[in-house]
Design a protein. Structure first.
Length: 131
């Protein structure tokens, strides 16, 4: 169970990690759409990283950029999220990384939760480092 409390400029909730303030005004908390995108991206990246760790695939850096398309005509709802992964490392096997990204998509609870309402697209770019 999660409890949410109304405050003057939004809503407050607390979790084991700490307090979270939610507001349509960025001056008073995280905007709901930011939290949704962060949940989807965070889950996707986390599952991808677990797969890489399990397969002992070493990377030097991983960055994901989220590009969001919203529909102002329908309550400004999120329609599309494009997650662009940039993986840096030595001896990267791009085919294997693409397959792992597909596996992570199937195992990410947040991506699966929105699959019939938000189009989530993932692309991957590899930057090969030389020694």
């Amino acid at each position: 169970m999660m409890d949410f409390y109304l405050k003057e400029n939004g809503v407050r909730t607390s979790f084991e990690y700490g307090q979270l303030n939610i507001s349509g005004d960025e001056n008073f908390g995280f905007r709901p759409y930011q939290l949704m995108v962060a949940s989807i991206a965070g889950c996707s990246v986390g599952v991808f990283r677990k797969i890489l760790d399990k397969q002992r695939i070493e990377i030097e850096d991983l960055k994901v950029t989220a590009e969001i398309k919203r529909n102002a005509e329908e309550a400004n709802r999120i329609e599309d999220i494009h997650l662009h992964y940039v993986v840096k490392g030595y001896h990267l096997n791009e085919d294997r990384l693409h397959k792992n990204l597909e596996i992570s998509r199937k195992n990410c609870s947040m991506v699966q939760s929105v699959k019939n309402s938000i189009n989530v697209e993932e692309t991957l770019e590899c930057i090969h480092l030389s020694q």
